[in-house]
Write a protein that binds this ligand. Structure first.
Ligand code: MN
Length: 206
C-alpha cells in the first residue's frame, strides 16, 4: 500500500481493469469557477492511492486522467460527489460518471443521524479514525506536506469499503433503486451548480 504522487497527469492507466475508482478533489476553495482545482486523488480500492497535482496556470490537458474519469465502464465513487463532479467538469472538461456517492447512500440509510461526514461514516461503518485536520489547508503551493498527502489519500482510501457496507444497508432498507436514481442525477445537479443554480432546489414549489 503506497501513495503515489504525479504532476499534471497519471503516468498511464494504473488501475485494475474495470475496477470502480474512488475519486476526490482538493481545490483553492468552495467556489468552483473562482477556486482552481489543485489535486485529484484516485484509488481502485486495492491499496494504492494516486495523487495528481495541477500547478497554477495548468492547462488541465491530462489525457490519461480524463480518459479514466470519463470511462463509462468504471464507476466513480465519491463522498459528496456533487462538488467533485462540478470541479472535474469545469477544469478537466469531462463528466466523471457513472457515479456512486457515499454521502447520498448514507442519507438514505442512516436516517437515525444527521452526521454524514466522511470521518463519521468511516468511524461508524468501518471502525477507523481519519484525521480531517488538513481539510482547510493551502492546496496551491509548490510543495504539499506529508500531512497533506496523507490526508488527501485518506479521502479516497475507504470509499470502496464504505460502498460495500452502504450497499448492504440499501438492500436491507429497500432503497437501492432510489439511491441509483439519485446517483444518476448527480452530473445534472453539478451542471446546475455550474450553470447558475447552485443554491436552488429545482424541485421546490417556491
Ligand atoms: Mn478531500
Amino acid at each position: 500500500m503506497a501513495v503515489f504522487f504525479h504532476e499534471e497527469d497519471l503516468p498511464g492507466d494504473v488501475f485494475a481493469p474495470g475496477a470502480a475508482i474512488a475519486v476526490d478533489t482538493e481545490t483553492m476553495g468552495l467556489i468552483t469557477a473562482r477556486d482552481r482545482l489543485c489535486l485529484v486523488q484516485l484509488s481502485d480500492g486495492l491499496g494504492d492511492e494516486h495523487l495528481v497535482r495541477f500547478g497554477p496556470g495548468s492547462d488541465y490537458a491530462a489525457p490519461v486522467l480524463r480518459a479514466v474519469l470519463a470511462d463509462p465502464g468504471r464507476v466513480k465513487l465519491y463522498h459528496f460527489g456533487r462538488f467533485d463532479i462540478a470541479a472535474i467538469r469545469h477544469y478537466l472538461g469531462v463528466v466523471a460518471a457513472p457515479v456512486y456517492c457515499t454521502k447520498i447512500a448514507s442519507r438514505l440509510v442512516r436516517t437515525y443521524t444527521d452526521r454524514h461526514g466522511l470521518k463519521e461514516l468511516v468511524r461508524e461503518l468501518l471502525g477507523q479514525d481519519i484525521s480531517k485536520q488538513q481539510q482547510s489547508s493551502d492546496w496551491g503551493g509548490p510543495d504539499l506536506s506529508e500531512a497533506q498527502r496523507d490526508y488527501a489519500a485518506s479521502d479516497v482510501r475507504y470509499l470502496h469499503r464504505l460502498r460495500e457496507e452502504l450497499d448492504r444497508r440499501l438492500v436491507r432498507e429497500g432503497r437501492t433503486a432510489l439511491a441509483q436514481a439519485c446517483f444518476d442525477f448527480l452530473p445534472a445537479r453539478a451542471e446546475l451548480d455550474l450553470a447558475g443554480w447552485p443554491e436552488t432546489d429545482i424541485f421546490a414549489h417556491v
